[in-house]
Design a protein around this ligand. Structure first.
Ligand code: UD1
Length: 376
């Protein structure tokens, strides 16, 4: 006799998909062990539709072999309140219909907080993957999402030691906190083999800059605080354009940023703007880069895992391990600081870094083992 236990995995925005993939795969692989333990383990995937362009969403499902979502809430864009509220209303209906035993949310996007709050209010257990990270900057929408999600989650799966300390200092009981490693790095390690295989061919857009045998840099920039206002974006852009005089820069542009760059009339001869790329193209471009310049959360970790130096255009980071032992430089938005870090790196004196503990490709398996104990 087996007892059913159903888990609902939530994904909404681009940075969620690479975190969800290894959890879905580990749950699938864990079904037979669960059966032996008397549990009929089932899982479903809900896509909120926060990101909806094919190259912001669908391509990741295809490339990372994530099962097609069982439900698509199709909420789309909107103000924060509008988007969060739309997700909550739609997700509540899905939960009432499906009645899962547990909801698993990942990361720090609006879908994360909206779905954890909805689940908790319906009395459904919530697990948060990538819990405990703190920038201590409540001006960041993601910091609000992180703190609120952690405050109501039953199980908190953490990527780095700082996260454990943060949760403890916020009064979260130790028995709910698990340092498991980094599921996004699970995905990175799994897919490295694919981009290194002779069968892999990057897209034309990526190949023009990254497949030429010369050095290149990769840029991503989309944080509203960096791109929404001309007086902030223009000096950042000036510094990056200066870097672009020394090394060609590939810039896959987030739809939000493309609009702003056009509106502010910015351009830089050394910077090649292309549409957002899929996971494998991005991994190929970043792995081969001499330098990454970014304001993303995830890329700070991916570059540290790959040993590629990274200049992070932010005043703070919720991922301090990447600065303390990894390859990350936190420069803020000051052009001189961006330039001096880039120069140090391009002169060959950049941080070499080491990979943080437990970023070994097995974080999702650890999570599923812990979930299994929780189900019993
Ligand atoms: C979201 C996350 C951010 C993450 C980023 C990665 C929150 C609060 N922010 O920010 O943490 O780093 O995703 O990509 O959840 N748009 C499209 N097509 C899409 C999606 C968005 O054109 O498929 C445009 C729309 O104009 C939209 C804007 O991008 O209004 C912003 O999208 P939104 O989901 O609100 O936030 P992101 O800036 O993408």
């Amino acid at each position: 006799m087996t007892r059913p236990y159903s888990i609902c995995l939530v994904a909404g925005a681009r940075p969620n998909f690479m975190k969800l993939a290894p959890i879905a795969h580990a749950l699938q692989a864990g079904k037979s062990a669960a059966r032996e333990a008397g549990i009929d383990l089932r899982f479903s995937i809900v896509h909120t539709g926060q990101h909806y362009d094919a190259n912001m969403s669908e391509i990741f499902f295809r490339e990372l072999e994530i099962p097609a979502p069982d439900r698509h809430l199709e909420v789309g864009s909107g103000s924060h309140a509008e988007q969060t509220a739309k997700i909550m209303v739609a997700f509540e209906k899905a939960l009432i219909a499906d009645r899962p035993d547990m909801v698993v949310v990942v990361g720090d996007v609006n879908s994360t907080v909206a779905c954890s709050l909805t689940a908790k209010k319906l009395g459904v257990c919530v697990a948060h993957v990538e819990a405990g990270l703190r920038s201590f900057d409540m001006g960041m929408p993601e910091e609000i999402n992180r703190k609120l999600t952690d405050a109501i989650s039953d199980l908190l799966f953490v990527t780095e030691e700082s996260g454990v300390r943060n949760l403890r200092s916020e009064g979260v009981p130790s028995e709910r906190i698990f340092l498991v490693g980094n599921v996004m790095i699970d995905t990175l390690l799994r897919n490295l083999k694919r981009i290194e295989s002779p069968e892999f061919a990057p897209s034309e857009a990526v190949r023009t800059i990254c497949g030429t045998g010369g050095r290149h840099a990769v840029l991503t920039l989309h944080r509203p605080s960096n791109v929404d206002h001309r007086q902030t974006l223009a000096p950042i852009w000036g510094a990056i354009a200066e870097v672009g005089r020394n090394i060609p820069i590939l810039f896959p542009v987030h739809p939000r940023t493309r609009g702003k760059i056009a509106a502010f009339g910015l351009d830089g001869p050394g910077i090649t703007m292309i549409d957002p790329v899929g996971y494998l193209d991005m991994l190929y471009a970043v792995k081969g880069a001499a330098l990454v310049i970014t304001d993303s959360g995830g890329l700070q970790e991916e570059t540290t895992a790959l040993g590629v130096p990274c200049v992070t255009i932010r005043e703070n980071t919720e991922r301090p391990v990447t600065v303390d032992i990894g390859t990350n430089y936190l420069t803020g938005t000051h052009p001189e600081l961006i330039l001096s870090a880039a120069r140090e790196i391009l002169s060959g004196k950049g941080k070499k870094g080491v990979v943080p503990p437990l970023w070994d490709g097995h974080a999702a398996e650890r999570i599923v083992d812990l979930l299994m104990k929780f189900m019993k």
